[in-house]
Design a protein around this ligand. Structure first.
Ligand SMILES: [Zn+2]
Length: 124
């Protein structure tokens, strides 16, 4: 599923153009953080583990937490995690980093006001 997303979505052009190596893991842990259920995570493999881990990133999906997800929700989750794969091209040099989220907002505000509540409506 991840490979298909990388191949078909324009937003993953940088992943296609680099030879970044991503591992996909599934965990049986019911991971939580500050009472919030964690569905998945994306981690960059630290340089110091490069000798034993032949991946640049790993994406973990917490299976017990997504049991009720539809296929579409799982796809969106993987798409979300892939967005954290940050690649910077500087000439010949490629470096990797974790891309932070574009938005920081609270669930209640997203629910009541939408994501674009602060956007000014340009008319005409
Ligand atoms: Zn995220």
């Amino acid at each position: 599923m991840a490979k298909r997303l990388i191949r078909t979505l324009p937003e993953f052009e940088e992943i296609r153009e680099s030879d970044v190596r991503i591992a996909y893991l599934s965990s049986h842990k019911q991971k939580k953080r500050r009472n919030r259920i964690i569905y998945g995570e994306c981690h960059k493999v630290d340089e110091k583990y490069a000798w034993c881990c032949h991946y640049d990133f790993f994406i973990v999906i917490y299976e017990p937490n997504i049991m009720d997800f539809t296929d579409k929700q799982i796809e969106t989750l993987i798409r979300h995690e892939l967005h954290h794969v940050g690649i910077s091209f500087e000439g010949e040099d490629i470096s990797y980093y974790i891309e932070p989220h574009d938005i920081e907002e609270f669930w209640e505000i997203i629910h009541d006001c939408g994501l674009d509540w602060s956007e000014v409506n340009a008319t005409g």
